[in-house]
Write a protein that binds this ligand. Structure first.
Ligand code: LLP
Length: 414
């Protein structure tokens, strides 16, 4: 459930008319709904109820400071993958003590930054990273809390670019090597072993792969216990899917209760790293039709938003629903909704039944996750503005990039 609904035949974001927001802030425009973000976060938090847990929102999905701040106010933790994300979390009022640091290639500078900040845990992805972190921690006179990201080798059945839990992926430590590396970690003075983690992929719409991964992780945790390595938390990563086009992913409550059933009788804190499930359907991307172009075989709606603003359709052939902000009665035609970027792959949707005219506004739904955060300046296009609505109020949470910002930091030769 989200808060982007038609009221009096006009799309609204909570109580704000989307057409008015587009008029006020211009297009292309990202619009986020505070109520939806909060609802989704609470869905996870309530689902785990009184079992010790932490919901660490995956910052990469949407790292706008206002989004992070709304979640921080709920008491959220954060899953980060860079020093930049850590800085954003802190800037937004998030607590370092609720941050888990994922990522296959943490630099020494990032390790230092996270140790100084006092994060909850480093999710270490290789033996080499473990040694590096130990060195950095010893040099700073600190003890780094660590978890090892184990690759449980389950097929999450998602798009190959976003599946991460298979042996052939670059992520995590192979299950066969995990025990030895945990034992090694346990001997290093700069490290304190706290947890084990996995993340098997994104946009999962079935429970089974999560449950398979959990079984393998619990078996590992038991083997470690026999060897004197105590694991205090299990971080199951993110990955719960959302509805883009009729998919019926499990609700967070069903997901959590299936996991909790397996945890019965264990003293194991549970950590979730949801990104998409919190942010995707809490945002829309609004774009205006510039021109309609019709030829013998195809109709094109040329819009002012493009792959540089929202790359998921181009990069993953992702399907996101495109709806008119103010629907017109009457016949629809099939359009490819394409942007101005000079690439054939620049499209937001193909073959969409729409009844539209130039200047109409379209909303691409489910754009709150991996939308703005993946935007670029390709074709020297300034990045879109971002707005957050809260009931009948709306706030500009990132201004539209200005042309002169495009070459900020660039220099001419003398
Ligand atoms: N934790 C780790 C370690 C991750 O790698 C990811 C996502 C998450 C949590 C959050 O996963 P989520 O709950 O959002 O599925 N750009 C792609 C998605 C890439 C996901 C990368 N890792 C897309 O637009 O579909």
């Amino acid at each position: 459930m989200d808060h982007f609904l038609y009221q009096q035949d006009e799309l609204h974001a909570e109580q704000c008319a989307v057409a008015e927001l587009a008029n006020t802030y211009g297009t292309p425009l990202y619009i986020y709904s505070r109520a939806t973000l909060e609802r989704h976060w609470h869905a996870f938090d309530n689902a785990v109820a009184d079992h010790p847990h932490m919901i660490c929102y995956a910052v990469k999905a949407n790292s706008n400071l206002a989004v992070l701040n709304v979640l921080a106010r709920l008491g959220s933790g954060f899953d980060i993958v860079s020093g930049g994300e850590l800085a954003r979390v802190l800037e937004a009022g998030g607590e370092a003590s609720k941050v888990v640091f994922s990522g296959v290639g943490k630099t020494v500078a990032e390790m230092e930054m996270a140790l100084e900040a006092g994060i909850y845990c480093f999710n270490v992805e290789s033996a080499a990273e473990l040694e590096q972190l130990n060195e950095v921690a010893l040099r700073l006179g600190k003890v780094a809390p660590v978890s090892l990201r184990v690759n449980p080798d389950v097929d999450a059945g998602t798009h190959p670019y976003i599946s991460t839990g298979l042996k052939e992926n670059k992520f995590g430590i192979a299950m066969e090597e995990a025990e030895a590396i945990f034992l090694r970690a346990n001997t290093l003075a700069g490290l304190a072993v706290k947890g084990a983690d996995c993340h098997i992929g994104s946009q999962l719409t079935e429970l089974q792969p999560f449950l398979d991964a959990m079984d393998r992780m619990l078996a590992l945790i038991d083997r470690l216990a026999e060897q004197g390595v105590k694991i205090a938390h299990l971080d199951v990563g993110g990955g719960l899917g959302v509805t883009y086009d009729g998919e019926q992913p499990p609700e967070p409550s069903a997901y959590a209760s299936a996991l909790l059933a397996k945890l019965a009788g264990r003293d194991l804190k549970l950590i979730f790293e949801p990104g998409r499930a919190i942010a995707a359907n809490a945002g829309i991307f609004v774009t205006q039709v510039l021109y309609l172009k019709e030829n013998a075989d195809k109709n094109f709606a040329l819009v002012d938003g493009a792959m540089n603003d929202l790359i998921r359709p181009s990069l993953y052939s992702a399907w996101q629903k495109i709806i008119p902000v103010v629907p017109r009665p009457g016949e629809t035609r099939h359009y490819d909704v394409v942007g101005p970027v000079c690439e054939t792959g620049d499209f937001l949707g193909k073959d969409r039944a729409l009844n539209i005219a130039a200047n109409d506004l379209l909303a691409v739904r489910s754009s709150g996750a991996y939308g703005f955060t993946m935007a670029s300046n390709y074709n020297s296009r300034p990045r879109a503005a971002e707005v957050m609505v809260d009931g009948d109020r709306h706030y500009l949470v990132r201004e539209r990039e200005k042309i002169a910002q495009l070459w900020q930091g660039e220099q001419l030769l003398p």
